[in-house]
Ligand binder design. Structure first.
Ligand SMILES: CC(C)(COP(=O)(O)OP(=O)(O)OC[C@H]1O[C@@H](n2cnc3c(N)ncnc32)[C@H](O)[C@@H]1OP(=O)(O)O)[C@@H](O)C(=O)NCCC(=O)NCCS
Length: 188
């Protein structure tokens, strides 16, 4: 089944957090799980408070969120998760390519930066990301990487993607307070 990719909405927060916790539990070494969950929860909270300042997309199948990507400030790829049972079916690639497309021209950096988890380095390389220098102290196996806007995407172009994937990411600043994220209640 082809997932639908769309902009994340405040009411997706519970499902997004549940997916992230599930993927982290399945794929991150026990020693780094708590700090990873804390970090992705903080990033989700940053998006909740200022949704117009990032690109945040979800992949949805039968109303289930099966993938998510968050790029803060249009250059900082801080969360990318695909449900374990749906990995290696192209969802991660589609999320990254659409997020890059949505970020183009919106940050002076003209690049996407990230710290790749050990199990994701090959994935990012396959999409054209390259290693970069970083002054940050990263956990063992993590790799600082980037994608620059003058690079050609490995997929011929975003235009080759199905039309429904080519969505504009609309800020949700005008949503009612009742739609706002309730992250703390989900993690306690
Ligand atoms: C990394 C992750 C997002 C990739 O998403 P995905 O949907 O499984 O990846 P795709 O199916 O789109 O893979 C695209 C290409 O990347 C490469 N790739 C993906 N996963 C790979 C792996 N584990 N090892 C080697 N290459 C891989 C392949 O070339 C693949 O194309 P192919 O399947 O046609 O060979 C997903 O595995 C995941 O959620 N991992 C756990 C959380 C995580 O590490 N997130 C990244 C944090 S920086």
């Amino acid at each position: 089944m082809e997932p639908i990719l769309r902009a994340a909405r405040p009411e997706d927060s519970t499902a997004i957090l549940a997916l992230m916790v599930r993927v982290v539990t399945a794929s991150i070494a026990p020693a780094h799980r708590a700090e990873t969950i804390e970090s992705v929860t903080e990033n989700l909270d940053v998006w909740c408070r200022a949704p117009a300042r990032s690109v945040h997309l979800v992949a949805v199948e039968r109303d289930d969120v099966v993938g998510v990507i968050l790029v803060k400030a249009f250059w900082n790829l801080c969360s990318l998760f695909v449900a374990p049972e749906r990995q290696r079916s192209g969802i991660g690639r589609k999320l990254v390519l659409l997020a890059i497309h949505e970020c183009l021209g919106k940050s002076p950096r003209q690049a996407i930066y990230l710290n790749a988890a050990p199990g994701a380095v090959s994935f990012y390389k396959a999409l054209g990301f390259t290693s970069r220098e970083s002054s940050q102290q990263l956990p063992p196996g993590f790799q600082a990487m980037r994608w620059r806007s003058q690079q050609a995407t490995p997929n011929p172009s975003i235009e080759g993607m199905p039309k429904r994937l080519r969505l504009s990411v609309t800020p949700h600043v005008k949503r009612k307070a009742s739609n706002s994220c309730r992250l703390k209640s989900q993690t306690s």
